[in-house]
Design a protein around this ligand. Structure first.
Ligand SMILES: N[C@@H](CCC(=O)NCCCC(=O)O)C(=O)O
Length: 258
């Protein structure tokens, strides 16, 4: 048996070569592997929410990745804005079923970009569908250029004191990349804002009262995490929580077997 904690990674459903497919870009899987974790891609289906939520109990962590698609506005009671054109209803169904199940199981939960937005919606929060159209807010979309330019840090970040993020990374400020059009409008009940962009947009959140790591960020820490102290701290914190869960799960298995 691998000693690496097993981390479920939500897939996106897209058409590939004319067929519906389940896919995750490699940088998410590679980052998990680099931090000592074993990623397992989880398929999503709209009917039944994909993989049965009870199977999450076989995992040591859950990663909700970024995606160019958006949570359907009907999921948070909004009309569709014209700038909001890309859905993945299969992923919406799976994410919104798995988030409460993962938290009930005490599974470490890490949300990135779309994953961050899904956690907010799962807790009853709402999203701005086009931040760049909201007076007073910055344009949070990626800069033009190659991937290195798009994923380079592009705005400041204030880390709020006394929270789960500041416990992982003590510096009160950082700079992060930014590749999103949507963002938190109202924060869901039971979530805590952990970091803010210069325009006040929530950039990181945690789940209050969660048994283990339950953090989500609007930026992309999976991009070269070892080169950025804040990104590195996030993956180290998630990996440590997953390892703790592995120890608990395997301890329980041994007790049941005895
Ligand atoms: N579509 C949402 C979420 C943005 C997001 O997750 N971007 C991912 C970019 C590709 C990647 O690096 O995985 C929005 O626009 O706000």
């Amino acid at each position: 048996m691998s000693s690496r904690p097993l981390v479920g990674v939500i897939a996106c459903r897209r058409e590939v070569e004319g067929h519906p497919a389940h896919m995750v870009t490699d940088k998410y899987l590679q980052a998990l592997r680099d931090y000592g974790l074993a990623p397992l891609v989880l398929p999503v289906w709209e009917e039944g929410g994909g993989l049965e939520a009870s199977l999450l109990g076989e995992l040591d962590g859950l990663l909700l990745t970024g995606s160019y698609t958006n949570v359907a506005p009907a999921r948070y009671g909004a009309e569709r804005a014209p700038q909001n054109t890309r859905d993945d209803l299969h992923r919406d169904a799976a994410a919104l079923a798995w988030i409460p199940a993962a938290l009930d199981l005490g599974l470490p939960l890490f949300g990135i970009c779309r994953g961050f937005q899904e956690i907010n919606v799962a807790f009853g929060g709402t999203l701005h569908q086009a931040l760049q159209e909201v007076p007073g807010l910055l344009d949070h979309r990626e800069p033009q250029g190659d991937k290195a330019a798009q994923y380079a840090p592009s705005h400041d970040l204030s880390i709020l004191p006394g929270g789960a993020l500041s416990a992982l990374h003590a510096a009160p400020a950082s700079r992060v990349n930014s590749l999103h059009q949507q963002g938190v409008a109202e924060l869901g009940l039971g979530l805590r804002a952990e970091a803010l962009a210069p325009d006040g947009v929530v950039e990181a959140l945690s789940v209050e009262g969660a048994r283990r790591f339950a953090l989500a960020v609007q930026w992309h820490p999976e991009w070269q995490p070892a080169q950025h102290p804040l990104y590195d701290a996030l993956f180290r914190g998630f990996a440590a929580a997953c390892a703790e869960r592995t120890a608990e799960r395997r301890g329980l298995t041994t007790l049941i077997d005895a």
